[in-house]
Ligand binder design. Structure first.
Ligand SMILES: Nc1nc2c(ncn2[C@@H]2O[C@H](COP(=O)(O)OP(=O)(O)O)[C@@H](O)[C@H]2O)c(=O)[nH]1
Ligand SMILES: [Mg+2]
Length: 358
């Protein structure tokens, strides 16, 4: 399963700097708005030290990690959804992403232009939210129009889709982000394919000042804002973390690039309710990312794409047991292997082996 994360925010707040920290990809970073025109896209491995620990025990030749794609787009400004700046085109690039990382400027720097000249993270976050809402309104109206034309064919599902789209539109007109709206499971399924931006989970990335890493008043304000809106927030100084100078990076306990990737990925996995199970043999140790609640049968289909029927059972070893008893044999001797049927609910860290008829 591939996860995509769109990096959004006002122009010149450090989005491309953050993107380059996360992906190590060479990108254009410059002190003027709209330096990024075409989206930067890069896929990185999901850091998970457990893969190497397991591979070390069974001496697998190959390791396969989960993957995450980051998409860095141009900055949003007031009116972006109506085509101002680089317009709604830039928002199209993040429509199919699963989660949004919103970079908010929390650093003072007279040398770095701010589109509104002063620093106010909550105002900036509000502006971006408004643009996302306006974009969703335009998408919602367009889809309602299209479905109304098809309506003549009298299709029950179209009726249901129209109903939920109109419901969403009313909330959007009132300035409510769709992820905050209560929708039934069927309603959520019905709007999934429209990829509304305000329906995606958001994470705030507070880009803080290199001079006030520990006491940043902008950050405190954004914390309160994020808390009130139940949005997770992480904070770093992107500038210092991306610095080539090692001493700079160690200033005030600044985190390393890999720590930032680990932190952001762990928040992304958590907001998307994703977990990891493993499969192991001497050829390959592989991490599989899945949505919490998946059954053993669904896991089997993921692993064996040619799997049709004949699931017999699944063998499960917990990660800690596998490490402690140094592999499958040790775990078996210690009675730490268990077997379950197709309805077993897979847990994070499970090492699975499927038995089925061919
Ligand atoms: N002082 C300071 N400048 C930063 C920081 N992060 C980014 N910048 C600068 O802000 C400017 C815009 O950065 P960029 O990543 O291109 O922003 P984007 O337009 O949001 O993609 C560049 O000159 C960066 O060096 C930071 O944490 N502190
Ligand atoms: Mg940029």
């Amino acid at each position: 399963m591939q996860i995509d994360c769109g990096i959004i925010g006002l122009p010149n707040v450090g989005k491309s700097t953050v993107f380059s920290i996360l992906t190590n990809a060479p990108v254009k970073i410059a002190n003027f708005p709209f330096c990024t025109i075409h989206p930067n896209i890069s896929v990185v491995r999901i850091p998970d030290p457990r893969v190497y620990q397991l591979a070390g025990i069974v001496a697998s030749r190959e390791t396969v990690h989960g993957k995450i794609k980051f998409v860095d787009i141009a900055g949003l400004i007031k009116g972006a959804a109506q085509g101002i700046g680089l317009g709604s085109k830039i928002l199209n690039h993040i429509q199919t992403t699963k989660v949004l990382c919103h970079v908010v400027r929390c650093f003072d720097d007279n040398q770095t232009v701010h589109v509104f000249n002063d620093i106010d993270p909550c105002r900036d976050a509000d502006i971006v939210n408004t643009e996302l809402i306006l974009f969703d309104i335009s998408q919602c109206e367009k889809n309602i129009c299209t479905l109304q034309k098809k309506h003549k064919l009298i299709n029950e599902n179209i009726e249901q889709q129209l109903f939920v789209l109109k419901k969403c539109l009313d909330y959007l007109y009132d300035g409510v982000l769709l992820r905050k709206v209560y929708l039934s499971n069927t309603e959520r399924t019905n709007i999934e394919k429209f990829n509304f931006l305000t329906n995606k989970p958001i994470i705030y990335f507070a880009n803080i000042d290199e001079k006030s890493v520990t006491n940043n008043t902008y950050l405190n304000k954004l914390h309160a804002f994020a808390f009130n809106n139940s949005i997770p927030l992480i904070s770093y100084c992107a500038m210092l973390s991306s610095s080539k100078n090692r001493d700079d990076r160690f200033k005030t306990g600044m985190k390393q690039k890999t720590d930032i990737l680990c932190d952001i990925v762990s928040v992304i996995l958590s907001v998307l309710n994703l977990r990891t199970f493993f499969t192991i043999n001497s050829h390959m140790t592989r991490a599989w990312i899945y949505v919490a609640g998946m059954t053993a049968l669904e896991a089997a289909k993921k692993v064996h794409s040619d799997f049709k029927k004949g699931f017999i059972r699944v063998q499960i070893i917990k990660f800690d047991d596998f490490i402690f008893y140094r592999g499958e044999l040790g775990a078996k001797k210690a009675g730490k292997i268990c077997y379950a049927g197709k309805d077993y609910c897979v847990k994070d860290g499970d090492i699975l082996k499927f038995l089925f008829q061919i």
